[in-house]
Design a protein around this ligand. Structure first.
Ligand SMILES: Cc1cc2nc3c(=O)[nH]c(=O)nc-3n(C[C@H](O)[C@H](O)[C@H](O)COP(=O)(O)OP(=O)(O)OC[C@H]3O[C@@H](n4cnc5c(N)ncnc54)[C@H](O)[C@@H]3O)c2cc1C
Length: 346
């Protein structure tokens, strides 16, 4: 019989489990129910008070590795904590969020307990055959090939991509029993002295935003008056991001322009690039502006549920079935109007 462990960790506040951890709890609970397997929720947290903010799940065992050393991410302490949780749970299947914190330690943890690992898992289910065996699904080749993976070897670690499951929503544990587990810490060579992060409004990539706003190369091309309006484009885009909280994506042509000495939007980097050689974000809605909607770009929109585009070109890729709604209009004028409406509501 399988024994499932979901490894979770707290968010930046330290007071609650991260959203990606709660998504892994959803996947774990569904899989445990389907397999009729035991479910353990493992928590890495600063103290028991933050661990007890885990959601209540009937029948699940809760174990936690707590201490000041686990308040911040650091390979040695995180790997030791996860290893201790795996050993305590005698896990045969380990689910964990593919967060930057756990992604960098989990392959090492799998090795320590003689297990195997698969990453970027989008779904976990039971095979439809006679015996209930676990199948994990992931994408290869920039989301073009979907693979279903089964493995005999245990323990099997599965890192779940964020946004693939609904976050587990339930009352928090409150007084429920959480067992504390000791982790064997090696001599620590890394001292975390603090975090330096950009201002919230300077960070344009916001994976949790409902809307993805994509800027295309048209923003820095000559407009009908024969001039380039890059400064105005910057101002319009930043105002929209500020007013809407949207995440900023870009086409490859636009982010490549800096290297070619063309006009650039200073807040864009290759990290914003969406598409075949960029990212494949998962937002509920997307709005493409001044972008032609070519296939190598649109393949990055695979998981965007509702798509809209603003383009001057009535024959662009978006109008050929790649968007739900296309506004054939000047994005400068449309976004000016949209910003005014948003700002008037503030
Ligand atoms: C191997 C390979 C991998 C690639 N990977 C990627 C990738 O990961 N991501 C990616 O994005 N691309 C990728 N590309 C490039 C891709 O094929 C396109 O060249 C690119 O997406 C075009 O960017 P764009 O639509 O912003 O620019 P353009 O094709 O230059 O389109 C600009 C659009 O803006 C419109 N426009 C101009 N002014 C306005 C205005 N005022 N209002 C409204 N619309 C306006 C124009 O009508 C035009 O349609 C790849 C290509 C290859 C060969």
């Amino acid at each position: 019989m399988e024994s499932l462990l979901v490894i979770t960790h707290s968010d930046e506040t330290g007071a609650a489990l991260s959203k990606a951890s709660l998504e892994a709890v959803t996947a774990g609970q569904q899989l445990a129910a389907g397999l009729d397997a035991s479910l353990t929720i493992g928590i890495v947290a600063r103290d028991m008070a933050s661990a007890s903010n885990a959601p209540a799940i009937e029948g699940a065992r809760f174990i936690a590795v707590c201490g000041e050393a686990f308040a911040q991410c650091r390979y040695a302490t995180d790997a030791a904590a996860c290893e201790a949780l795996c050993r305590a749970a005698k896990a045969t299947i380990v689910l964990a969020p593919h967060s930057s914190r756990l992604a960098r330690v989990m392959a090492g943890v799998a090795h320590r307990v003689n297990g195997v690992i698969d990453t970027h898992i989008a779904a976990v289910s039971l095979s439809s055959g006679g015996t209930a065996s676990v199948e994990a699904t992931r994408w290869f080749y920039r989301q073009r090939i979907e693979a279903e993976i089964t493995r005999e070897k245990r323990p099997w670690f599965l890192l779940l991509d964020a946004g693939t499951h609904a976050p587990f929503a339930a009352a928090v544990m409150g007084g429920a029993k959480i067992e504390t587990i000791d982790a064997d810490l090696p001599a620590l060579r890394t001292l975390v002295t603090g975090l330096r992060t950009p201002q919230q409004d300077a960070e344009t990539i916001r994976p949790d935003a409902k809307l993805l706003f994509v800027a295309g190369a048209g923003w820095t091309k000559k407009q009908p008056d024969g001039q380039i309006h890059a400064a105005e484009a910057s101002e319009l885009i930043l105002r929209f991001l500020d007013a809407s909280g949207a995440s900023l994506g870009s086409s490859k042509s636009l982010v490549d322009q800096g290297g070619e000495g063309g006009s650039v939007l200073p807040f864009l980097t290759h990290l914003n690039q969406v598409g075949q050689t960029g990212s494949t974000p998962r937002h509920a809605k997307g709005l493409a502006t001044c972008c032609h909607g070519e296939e190598p770009h649109v393949v990055g929109w695979r998981f965007i549920a509702e798509r809209r585009a603003i383009s001057l070109d009535p024959n662009c890729g978006w109008t050929r079935g790649k968007a739900d709604v296309v506004y054939i209009a000047d994005a400068f004028r449309v976004m000016e109007r949209v910003n005014a409406l948003l700002e008037s509501k503030k």
